[in-house]
Design a protein around this ligand. Structure first.
Ligand code: IMP
Ligand code: MG
Length: 179
């Protein structure tokens, strides 16, 4: 399919699945080398990172690797009125561990900054960020992206876990919003 329509918008085929698969393969190789012996705890961030986590973890060969999935819940606090964020689904104690965050995309870096702040309170020994896609030109918060698969321009994309208002997550190829 060269182009698809999701809700009211048209998207064009941008990166085919094999290109993305190769990029994930390279990430896995690098992690297998660099994180060997670290008993890593991989944290997939829902919903977007579900497919990336699945594709990557099949190629991770480090003994003692564990995977869990997390969601960041945001809500308005009742007393302060400020926004409260908390981690849901962290069923493993990350204290003293090497934690590898698995994200679909780092865009402005705001979500990653919140996540890093929340994890810092948990006495994690080492934090690594692994994002399938990275938009360096959109970055506002200077978060470290230790591993990434493919660099993107400031375009809105869907597929490989990324959605447009709920649609498109399941697409194996990546599509870019038509101009
Ligand atoms: P950030 O906080 O701006 O770095 O954005 C991160 C989150 O925004 C990602 O985890 C995605 O859920 C979403 N996002 C950023 N860029 C895109 C895109 O191109 N398509 C779909 N979702 C995106
Ligand atoms: Mg996301």
């Amino acid at each position: 399919m060269q182009s698809i329509t999701l809700h009211d918008k048209t998207f064009e085929l941008f990166l085919e699945a094999p290109v993305i698969d190769r990029a994930i393969g390279k990430m896995a190789e690098q992690m297998n080398r660099e994180l060997a012996g670290s008993n890593p705890l991989f944290l997939g961030i829902l919903n977007g990172a579900f497919m990336f986590a699945s594709d990557l973890m099949k190629q991770i060969t480090i003994p003692g690797s564990e995977l869990c999935f997390l969601k960041i819940a945001s809500y308005r606090g009742t007393s302060s009125g400020g926004e409260i964020r908390e981690l849901i689904g962290l069923d493993r104690d990350p204290a003293g561990r090497t934690v590898v965050i698995l994200e679909d995309v780092v865009d402005t870096g705001k979500s990653m900054q919140y996540l890093l702040e929340l994890l810092k309170q948990k006495e994690v020994e080492t934090i690594r960020v692994a994002s399938l896609f990275f938009k360096p030109k959109s970055l506002i918060c200077q978060v470290p992206v230790d591993y990434y698969g493919l660099e993107l321009e400031n375009d809105f994309v869907v597929g490989r876990g990324l959605d447009y208002d709920g649609l498109g997550r399941n697409l194996p190829d990546l599509y870019k919003l038509s101009k």
